[in-house]
Design a protein around this ligand. Structure first.
Ligand code: ZN
Length: 519
């Protein structure tokens, strides 16, 4: 048996977080370099072992994100993705070269279906290309992860042959992903064991898994892989990612911790940072967390039935298998109000991982005071959104004013004033409702044409003075982009969300804004 097992000492499982790479590939998610850096700092605080920062060849924005994270986040290993070719690997290395402990993560598909249809290459060609890529990467950096894309649908013998080859070429981590979320726990465990047994040199490297959630089995499959002896789990915060997403970091970590009796492994995750990290990722990506989501959902620790409430009041462990304080929820619920001073607000922002410059802080604090006048309790979510609005000042297109009229017998009409390039642009439009009218007015002002593909509205907390938070996904041409806006006025929140999407599309060159004199 090739699996390493220590007696009495808990085996350490490494957490490879790919929120900023696979997670960022979620439909509608588009983070800029500042937002990525902010999440990266928080992931380092959370204690992940490896942080996959992006896919540098994919776009200049991705490259910049990886470069800045590698340079500024030095306490964890930073990985960058590259297909198994020289151009991708050179690019990944350029982005990573300023880092403290860089890892090049290169991949090629090994399943018959991917090799035949996607790559149109023979197995021999794929083997050669994989070895070549790892060899090139090894000439740049010592830490090389090799992923066999669609590994779970590959043939065991061929996969073992590729793995043996790339180990010889210098790979230090081998990843066996369930790229399409097709595996089942029992089958996956047996598959991983078989591949590990047939791979020459397997004892010299770490083995990793990367599971997708198409059948809702990503976490179950990853945990099954722990039983097969793997050393690294790949995951994302809140389980975001391609299609149905990846294994959720918080679920993996809390399952391993809560059921230590079953898995006998530990991770380096600082669990009290989980809630905070989850909130930050949700807000910055615009991907709302479902209320019944395990660990980090709004209802994850809410007891509704009278019988349950009674039990929990008498003894928490009757219906609670873990304490909310372990994931940092008690800290999250501290509220601020109009009597909260500078110091308390500053401390909360720091706790949230938001390190603001002095003038930025003064601006947020002034708006905090205004909000506290309108609202009894200012929650963490409120504070976070205040700091985000402040960040959006860098946006090129900003809201100057908004006026909406609607009613039972009125045609909803919106008039919008936007600032762009130091000029105020204005126009009005009618729509099916006030929000629709406002979005149409924005498009009319800018000469853009967005199609709304997703719209959601939720209250930031339960009270009647709650701020409304709107998340939108807008399609401009072929490109989907997300945006989020917060206000006590839900139409204004909607407009701010739409404008964030517009700004993101604009920065990426996906839309052009009509100049005033051309109108
Ligand atoms: Zn993936």
């Amino acid at each position: 048996m090739l699996v390493r097992k220590e007696v009495n000492v808990m085996r350490r499982i490494e957490i490879f977080d790919t929120t900023l790479r696979d997670g960022e590939q979620s439909p509608g998610v588009a983070l800029n370099a500042d937002e990525k850096l902010q999440i990266a700092h928080q992931l380092a605080k959370l204690g992940v072992n490896v942080l996959e920062a992006g896919f540098p060849i994919a776009s200049p924005g991705d490259f910049e994100g990886v470069r800045r994270i590698a340079q500024e986040v030095r306490s964890v290993s930073v990985a960058a993705l590259a297909r198994a070719n020289a151009k991708d690997i050179e690019c990944a290395w350029q982005a990573l070269s300023g880092g403290a402990s860089p890892r090049i993560h290169t991949f090629i598909a090994t399943s018959p279906i991917h090799m035949l249809y996607k790559l149109q290459k023979s197995p021999e060609e794929v083997l050669e290309q994989a070895i070549e890529a790892v060899r090139l990467a090894k000439s740049k950096v010592s830490d090389i992860e090799f992923s066999a894309e669609d590994a779970s649908r590959s043939e065991v013998d061929f996969l073992a042959k590729v793995f043996s080859g790339v180990i010889k070429a210098g790979a230090t981590v081998l990843n066996i992903p369930d790229t399409v979320g097709y595996a089942t726990p029992e089958e996956y465990t047996a598959f991983i064991r078989a591949v590990m047994e047939r791979t020459i040199g397997i004892e010299k490297v770490k083995v990793s898994v990367h599971c997708h959630n198409d059948l809702g089995l990503a976490v179950a499959n990853s945990l099954a892989a722990v039983g097969a002896g793997v050393h690294q789990l790949e995951c994302t915060v809140n389980g975001i990612g391609e299609r149905a997403g990846n294994a959720a970091l918080e679920e993996l970590v809390m399952a391993l911790r809560t059921r230590r009796d079953q898995y006998s492994v530990e991770t380096s995750i600082v669990t009290t940072e989980i809630a905070r990290t989850s909130q930050m990722v949700s807000r910055l990506t615009g991907m709302i967390i479902q209320h019944n989501k395990a660990i980090v959902g709004k209802n994850a620790f809410a007891h509704e039935s009278g019988i349950h409430q009674d039990g929990v009041l008498k003894e928490r462990s009757t219906y609670e298998i873990m304490s909310p304080s372990v994931i940092g929820i008690d800290v999250e619920s501290i509220v601020l109000g109009k009597h909260s001073g500078r110091h308390a607000v500053h401390q909360r922002l720091t706790d949230l991982g938001l390190d603001l410059a002095e003038d930025q802080f003064e601006d947020v604090f002034a708006r905090f005071k205004q909000l506290a006048d309108r609202k009894r309790d200012v929650t963490t979510a409120d504070l976070f959104s205040l700091a985000q609005v402040q960040k959006e000042k860098a946006d090129q297109i900003t809201l100057e004013y908004l006026q909406v009229s609607s009613g039972t017998h009125l045609v909803p009409t919106a008039t919008i004033g936007l600032m762009y390039n130091g000029e105020r642009l204005e126009d009005a439009a009618c729509g099916d409702g006030p929000v629709d009218a406002a979005f149409k007015a924005i498009d009319k002002v800018l000469g853009t044409r967005g199609t709304l593909s997703h719209y959601s509205l939720q209250a930031l907390d339960g009270g009647e003075d709650a701020q409304g938070e709107v998340a939108v996904t807008v399609k401009f041409g072929e490109n989907l982009v997300g945006g989020r806006g917060v206000s006590t006025d839900i139409i204004e929140a909607s407009v701010r969300g739409y404008l964030q999407a517009v700004n993101r599309a604009f920065v990426r060159g996906w839309i052009k804004v009509r100049e005033k004199n051309a109108r």
